[in-house]
Design a protein around this ligand. Sequence first.
Ligand SMILES: *Cc1c(COP(=O)(O)O)cnc(C)c1O
Length: 362
Amino acid sequence: MPRPIYAEIDLLALRRNLAVMREKAAGRAVWAVVKANAYGHGLENAVTAFAEADGLATIDLSDAMLARRCGWQKRLLLLEGFFDASDIEPLTSLKVETIIHSPWQIELLRQAQPEDVRCHIKVNSGMNRLGFLPVEVNTVYDQLTSIPGVRVMDVVTHFANAEPTYQADKPASVERQLSRMGRLAHGATAACMANSAATLFHPEVGGDAVRAGVALYGVSPDSHISSEELGIVPAMTLTAEIIAIQEIAAGEAVGYGSRWIAKRPSRIGVVACGYADGYPRSMPDGAPVWVEGQIAPLAGAVSMDMLEIDITDIPAAKLGSRVELWGRHLPVNRVAAACGTIGYELICALARRVPIRLREQG
Ligand SMILES: *Cc1c(COP(=O)(O)O)cnc(C)c1O
């Protein structure tokens, strides 16, 4: 029997979330962002579930190859562009479009004299990560279009604070970034600007395409707003089982470093999930774990292959009880918040050794 842990991926939820985001995109094309193994959900599953998307956007050329092998015939986009000259030929042969964010990429294109490469000019409107300044865009456009075989599709930018939780008066507020984009944001040029948060919370952003990631997986981009409020459904549920139970006396400790000490006689459930499965070792005592319809607190340091929960007050919890680490009953953002991170990080970090089970229930 395989170790009792698996991640259930709900294909119907993925499809429905895409439909929700398409509606929010209000006529703009939708790139489904599938980087990081489709945020941990499995690239092949995303290729199937996002058949209705206008294109898939990722970081790795190898993802684009896999998507093509899986039969994906629509558009593909590299969000960080290509990384060296050897990437340029595959862009043509696989029909993969690329972001251009730096002068060195333009130089490599000039040298490569490619047959057919479609480019998207990345604009730095305040994130200060990748891209050219708005005033440089005309020059970059001219440089790119002077290379035979190179086509410019649009301009793209990325928002630093599209989540409502972030204050509007940040140096890079959506408003400020849009104003820096100026006519690029709503002019003759095609523009792709919105991520999930901007698509959901900033209809004023506009453009003619969006890049939706986390919301397609049913996770709210803003930890303070629930998936239900947004009409999306978590597609990943990480499930394990209680494989042993310890009845311990007050004063006994649980796990490495004896971090959790029983204040009363306690029942401890040992769960077949550890940090080698992608459950953060930084999780503190008391972090929420779902079992038998209730929340049990994490008790003790997470081990590589196991973690322990206090089930003293949950008599229904028994050997073989299904334990949900995050997913349908327990929002991943809530679990992530317990250790000071965001749901994105947890779903992306799902370990390869965790088997994936597909479900179509929705
Ligand atoms: C990851 C990424 C996205 C998707 O962001 P979400 O918040 O997951 O919707 C969009 N654009 C770029 C450039 C990205 O890197």
